[in-house]
Design a protein around this ligand. Sequence first.
Ligand code: KG4
Ligand code: ZN
Length: 338
Amino acid sequence: MRILSIETSCDETAISVLKTGGSIFIVEKNIIASQIKTHAVYGGVVPEIAAREHMKALFPMLEISQIPRDGKNIDVIAVTVGPGLVVALRVGVEVAKALAYFWQKPLVAVNHLEGHIYSTFLSQDSFQPVFPGLCLLVSGGHTELVFIKDHGIYEIIGSTRDDAAGEAFDKVAKMLGLGYPGGVIVAQKAKLGNPNAIKFPRPMLDQQNFDFSFAGLKTAVLMYLKKNPVTTEQNKNDICASFEAAVVDTLVTKTIRAVDQYHPASVLLAGGVSANESLRLAFQNQISGIAFSKLYLAPLKFTTDNAAMIAVSGYFHAIKHDFINPLTLVANPNLSLI
Ligand code: KG4
Ligand code: ZN
């Protein structure tokens, strides 16, 4: 089966062509047009601008991908239907609907979060996580521990009560004047700093649940900066390293507790923040050995938003004939996983 997928939920316009028979996922095309530079001047994503940029990028990207104009080598079209920015989602959804309608191809509506979970399927040539699985899904908008009973059957056992982990990275970057989006920059500076320099709180570790809260940690950084204005670059690096250590510690500790309680056969790490090297290392060092869980990290290039992950998820819907009428599909900005 060859799947054309489209992702426009936020500030990356992405399309992919993925070929699969179910066990091997061959990403034939993976094209991403990032809008980061356009939004950086505003310090965050401006929805209307995101939508306009998606519109500008999408058809040229389809052209570059060399998909035949009649779509004849495509079997299925998969598109992100939500959650995300509604005006941004609509662009991808409407284009996918038009293609599906005129090419007369089956259309699959994919949940962006499910896409992130399935990005872990792209981690090896031939791989399918064994169920039940436990996924730590950490992105700019979400921080969730998802227990996966089977394809498409989820239980959210923990989530953030306020800010997502990626959001906290972005806000701390802003406080330190490091620009947007901040995750990557904070992570780069953290490598040069001392993670033990400042003891930032590990939020909610004292509570016996799987929820997270990163707003308090962000405020702790702000309070620290008020009392201790940054004087040197090393100082900044130490703050980044200490903040990153607090986030990683919290995420890993809660994930280990969930593994102990739920005994998943596989543990998955996905979402934009899973690009973080310290987090990946902590998962490898602290989680790969416990219980009988096998660890799968989303490959680095598929951690942040992309369309290949939408195609993988789309495949598992397509084999169940979980298709949607292109005349009735509408973007759903608040779509949930369960
Ligand atoms: O999954 P994603 O691309 O978009 C959402 O669906 O939200 O995640 C983007 C988030 C941003 O908050 C970004 O700062 C964060 O992932 N991020 C990182 C790193 N790379 C991206 N956070 C920490 N360390 C990184 N290396
Ligand atoms: Zn995402």
